[in-house]
Design a binder for this molecule. Sequence first.
Ligand code: DGL
Length: 245
Amino acid sequence: MIGLLDSGLGGVSVLREIIKVIPKGHFIYYSDSLNNPYGNKSEEEVYLLVKDIVNYFRERGVKAIVIACNTASAICVKRLREEYKDILFIAIEPAYKMVHDYNPLGKTLVMATVGTLKSEKFLALYHKYDNQKTILLPCESLAELIEEDKGEEIDRYLEEQLKNYKDVDNVVLGCTHYPLIKDKIKKVLGDVKFFDGAIGVSKELVRQLELRGLDYKNEKLQIEFIDSSGDNNKYARFKKYLELN
Ligand code: DGL
């Protein structure tokens, strides 16, 4: 069993990619939408929330956990790896290195939560690959609007926040909720190149599972969905975003 966690439905954008490389996996997806957003919380608050989910996964016998939330990864993964030595943690991060690898000369906009952008982990990544043409844009409350499916408010938010960046070439989607509104971002910014961490996470997950000899192959695809808010609409939206035929 592989556990995935996020502060809500955003991690679906990661699970979608993982299913492409592990089509017959057994996954438990934990959406902590009761506590969404994580992006404006203190590091300690986020850590304690994530730790509870990790403990839950552990009780269920999960050996590998994907932190499908950039904010939680940026804040917690170092501590979690120290504390839970028996668990494999795969952590997403904003795909800024991909910009360096694929389009380093392009003007770049990094969209992420406040928590991610001010974290030590992200700042180290940013300084390592800084192309001197990068804008870091904290998108306060955007993940929350997406989580609540507020279509028109999202459009207004993007028009307002992105209006000064219509000349960018690259957009790093540094929060797992943002790939769910790629079309809306495109409407404002035009034909930009998008970068997100989901493909990197999927490859790293398979690599580490193989390396550690962890059994991850199942007879068929099985996905268990848990949402901490108890909102019945979440599961329907989760399935829609997963785009499974
Ligand atoms: N999906 C989370 C991330 O990748 C959302 C953050 C939030 O809850 O504020 O950062």
